[in-house]
Design a binder for this molecule. Structure first.
Ligand code: NAD
Length: 380
């Protein structure tokens, strides 16, 4: 399957999946190298081990790429990594017609995308996502970014890759918590943009799908639908001036959970699982202030706690979380803005949110273990 995301005539990208992805890449890299263009592949230590051998085998026309390796994990999304990658490209005589292939999860795609968008004012990049999170979300839509201290994605660019290749085969070696993390973003995009897909999602037997043997075709269908939904949103508002904000549902609270966990846990919460906790809080506010019907709220919160569990916090964490939310990129004139849902499949951006409302949502969050006793911490 193949479909383009077109922002303007001069700015478009393609999403290619299945066998077509390898064919597309072989032809593209083969032609590029015939014109003596250099190819770089960015991996982290895990994708170098698990994914690079498969990638090279599937791309026999790709000759002598330069492999750039970074450490795995969120801390890699830093100005230091970017500087070291700029230096590596420069030391290896990368030119404007060089291509950077990002083979990894959201960390590799976000960092590599940013490096590609800035090196010599922009070289082409291709995303080959290897996590569910990156296939369905991070590698699609042209946002790149790194963190500044503990402020997520504070530095970045809007930069479309030449293509994003969806190859669910890579999911075979991914740990279950990382699969769950990607699922949270898939559920989110359906909640804000596609009521019918949401109905399908909740009737899918996730426990069976996650525990049974790997079904590449099933995963491909789910990923492609989520990526299609994201592309449709991005096409309407590439530079994130309003409508694209619907994709931030769950993220204001989610980023606060993520930053809190990054500071205090030895195994930090994966991004998507932090977003799942954020969705619980923002669903509560959607019900209280945005018209989400109570039965829908109950159904969504029951479903999310069943699949993702509960990340424990106490009221002693509220001040830090408020401070973290105060730094959110979506804030305007000092006010915190949220994306909330009016009903399943329909989101509202720029919903002002007071400190009192945030406290109410966090108070609600603390009651979850009581209401859903099965929801112990399931982050690993
Ligand atoms: N740009 C965007 O629009 C966007 C959207 C959503 C998320 N993001 C970003 O994506 C990042 C999270 O991405 P992620 O969840 O993919 O995390 P990640 O890139 O850190 O990958 C998770 C872990 O899985 C390992 N891994 C990757 N592929 C593997 C494979 N096939 N087999 C075995 N191990 C593998 C990685 O080395 C890492 O340890 C966050 O920084 C988030 O901000 C960006």
């Amino acid at each position: 399957m193949r479909f383009p995301l077109k922002i303007a005539e001069s700015r478009s990208t393609v999403l290619v999946s299945g066998k077509g992805a390898w064919k597309w890449l072989n032809n593209f890299t083969g032609r590029h190298q015939e014109k003596s263009g250099q190819i770089f592949i960015l991996v982290d230590e895990n994708t170098r081990h698990h994914c690079l051998p498969v990638f090279l085998k599937k791309n026999p026309r790709l000759k002598h790429p330069v492999i750039l390796t970074v450490a795995p994990g969120e801390k890699t999304k830093s100005p230091e990594t970017v500087l070291s990658l700029w230096n590596s490209l420069s030391d290896n005589e990368a030119e404007r017609n060089s291509i950077l292939i990002n083979l990894g999860g959201g960390v590799v795609c976000d960092t590599g995308g940013f490096v590609a968008s800035t090196f010599k004012r922009g070289i082409q990049c291709i995303n080959v996502p290897t996590t569910l999170m990156a296939m369905a979300d991070a590698a699609v839509g042209g946002k790149t970014g790194i963190n500044l201290g503990n402020i997520k994605n504070s530095i970045g660019s809007f930069y479309l890759p030449k293509a994003t290749l969806i190859c669910p085969l890579f999911l075979k070696t991914l740990d279950k918590p990382e699969i769950l993390s990607g699922l949270a973003e898939i559920f989110k995009v359906t909640l804000v943009a596609d009521r019918f897909f949401w109905d399908k999602i909740i009737s899918t037997g996730w426990t069976e799908l996650l525990s049974s043997s790997f079904d590449e075709k099933k995963w491909e269908k789910i990923i492609i639908r989520a990526a299609e939904l994201k592309c449709a949103v991005v096409e309407k508002d590439f530079s994130d001036n309003g409508y694209r904000g619907i994709l931030n549902f769950g993220h204001t609270f989610g980023h606060a959970f993520e930053a809190l966990s990054l500071r205090r846990d030895r195994t930090p919460l994966p991004h998507g699982k932090a977003v799942a906790s954020g969705i619980l809080c923002e669903c509560f506010l959607s019900m209280k202030y945005c018209g989400l019907r109570e039965p829908d709220f109950e159904m969504i919160t029951g479903f999310f706690t069943h699949v993702f569990g509960y990340y424990p916090i106490s009221d002693g964490d509220f001040e830090e979380m408020l401070m973290l939310m105060g730094q959110d990129k979506k804030n305007r004139n000092g006010a915190i803005n949220l994306t909330l849902i009016k009903k399943t499949g329909m989101a509202m951006v720029h919903q002002p949110c007071s400190r009192k409302m945030i406290r109410e949502a966090l108070d609600f969050y603390l009651t979850i273990p009581e209401k859903h006793p099965h929801a112990g911490r399931k982050s690993s």
